[in-house]
Design a protein. Structure first.
Length: 251
């Protein structure tokens, strides 16, 4: 039952281990999950966060105030997985068309390129992890209001992106964002050694996000579902950086 359920949910190896642990030991905390699965605590927190975001496990407080985790109804999870599969099949044709068009455009710049497309919050967060792990300056043209809030809350942004970037002290983010309470809060914090922010005019609202980092360009689009596309191509990334700098200087 456990392995079948994990398979239907499309979980990776660490997610499966944590999910199965919580399924068998409802009410475990992060330390207990780490000890049970033998996954380092740093990785366990990231994996737990993914599962909570997907709605597969829920966070709660024990009577002593300790953070613990519970599984949600397995039957409901299977129903959700079946729905996601049907929805994915309906979108498959349009996704293939988008990928085809991107690859065709890339071919006009260079003979080789790699394009990947993923769906859901996990794909978007994987892109952000790539940005952080690349350890190079990044350039963001991004929505910060709804539907961007479907991916990340302010708390998650500062905990999972800003604080990590600050600790790294190796790279800097240059962010052009549309105006929202979220972007204004970031702007008020001012320029620092790991981030600079400029805000677009009030009448410009973005419906997608673009991140240029290293030799890569990441796109996050928000429709009926979140789609993340990554193009790995130096000529295109250099072109996008030039475009970004032109916009940056005009603000």
């Amino acid at each position: 039952m456990v392995n079948t359920l994990s398979y239907k949910l499309g979980l990776d190896k660490k997610e499966t281990a944590v999910f199965n642990c919580v399924l068998k030991n409802n009410g475990f905390g992060a330390t207990e999950i780490s000890n049970y699965t033998r996954i380092p605590r740093t990785s366990v927190y990231h994996t737990i966060s993914n599962l909570v975001q997907k709605g597969y496990i829920v966070e709660a407080k024990s009577p002593s105030g300790k953070t613990i985790y519970h599984i949600i109804n397995p039957t409901a999870l299977i129903d959700k997985a079946r729905f996601d599969i049907r929805e994915a099949k309906e979108n498959e044709k349009s996704i293939k068309k988008i990928v085809g068009e991107l690859e065709e455009n890339i071919a006009t710049y260079s003979g080789t390129a790699v394009t990947s497309v993923s769906r859901g919050k996990l794909g978007a967060w994987s892109l952000v992890e790539d940005v952080l792990c690349t350890k190079k300056d990044s350039f963001w043209l991004t929505a910060t209001d709804f539907p961007f809030s479907k991916i990340v809350t302010e708390t998650e942004y500062f905990r999972r992106i800003t604080h990590r970037r600050k600790r790294m002290r190796e790279t800097k983010s240059y962010i052009i964002a549309d105006r929202s309470g979220f972007s204004e809060k970031i702007e008020r914090q001012g320029e620092n050694d790991f981030r600079e922010v400029k805000i677009l005019p009030d009448d410009l609202k973005l419906k997608s996000s673009i991140i240029v980092f290293g030799s890569n360009i990441g796109f996050i689009s928000y429709g009926t579902e979140i789609q993340t596309t990554i193009i790995r191509n130096k000529i295109l990334s250099d072109t996008m950086k030039l475009f970004f700098n032109l916009v940056w200087r005009s603000l």
